[in-house]
Design a protein. Sequence first.
Lengths: 207, 207
Amino acid sequence: MSDIKVRLTTASVITKMVSMVRWKPGAADRLRSAALELFHERGFEQTTAADIAEAAGVTERTFFRHYSDKREVLFGGQDSLRQLFVDGVAGAPAEWSAAAIVEHVVQSIESYFDADHRSSSRVRQAVIDANPGLQERELLKMASLARATAVAFGERGVPEPQATLAAESGVTVFGVAYRQWIADEEESSFAAIVGEVFGELRAVTKG
Amino acid sequence: MSDIKVRLTTASVITKMVSMVRWKPGAADRLRSAALELFHERGFEQTTAADIAEAAGVTERTFFRHYSDKREVLFGGQDSLRQLFVDGVAGAPAEWSAAAIVEHVVQSIESYFDADHRSSSRVRQAVIDANPGLQERELLKMASLARATAVAFGERGVPEPQATLAAESGVTVFGVAYRQWIADEEESSFAAIVGEVFGELRAVTKG
């Protein structure tokens, strides 16, 4: 009797987990696509969470299970990006220089910027570029990325000002490379563009 | 008769001009000193324009003749700074490289950061560092400085991404050097610190 109950519970828990795993990424992606389309067509201010949920065919409650607010649809990825920068700096071999680490870290986030994401990234950027409040938000997110990266360099023993300069350079290159990667008709990979931009940065800073 | 009237008018206009010249810088400086002291003691939010005017011994109307609001006491200088960057880039010899221009421009703003301003700059930065809203404002001002400088590089014919990279590097070095210049017990000149920070940037970006 208790054995049957346990087996039933286990089966129902597994079924629920499988359905969550199947359902979660699908709904988050559908919500993101619907949101970007609506932000782009109507404008960010004119789109509500309810509009996004409706367009994605889910309830508003489901929207808020995935995103704390509509702004997070645009900027949630920047928190993951910050983690990639911080983990990349923390996990680099002990003997690497700050210059080597920063270039490697920015190169290695390519997995985040694969060809599939290029067109949605273009729409996302067009939405941000059309709204001064979102532009400010993006600048502050980039500043927070640079600060977190500088702290990660500090924690590996890189002194100031090298820690801040390495972090700021990495974030500058990232920002410039990202803009190039989403430019009209650009087809080079993110990593290839990052390599070129680091080369340009060295040329521009040489004495 | 008409000759006497002209002479009287001229004398009274000159007297008025002299009194304006004498009074204007004095009042602006007194207001700034009073504002920094109050922001530092009571906090930025807890200080009103009326408090500042009273502490400086002027009317509130006089305060608003010099500053559009209390935040401008802290950030008004950044608009002049942006102009110095832009004019420096625009006015550099035609044959100079972007690397040479950016280093020269950041060095040459030393006149703005002379020894007399070091202690008031320390207080100003402490006020900003204590208030998240002011920190955001400062980050946005720095971003606007970088953008304006990139545009100035573009106008001299420097292509992208060099224009943005040169501008961002200059603003990064400026920010790091400024923090060092106002550090406790730092006595090196602003220009000397800028030179060192550019050296560190080259080391950190070399491949």
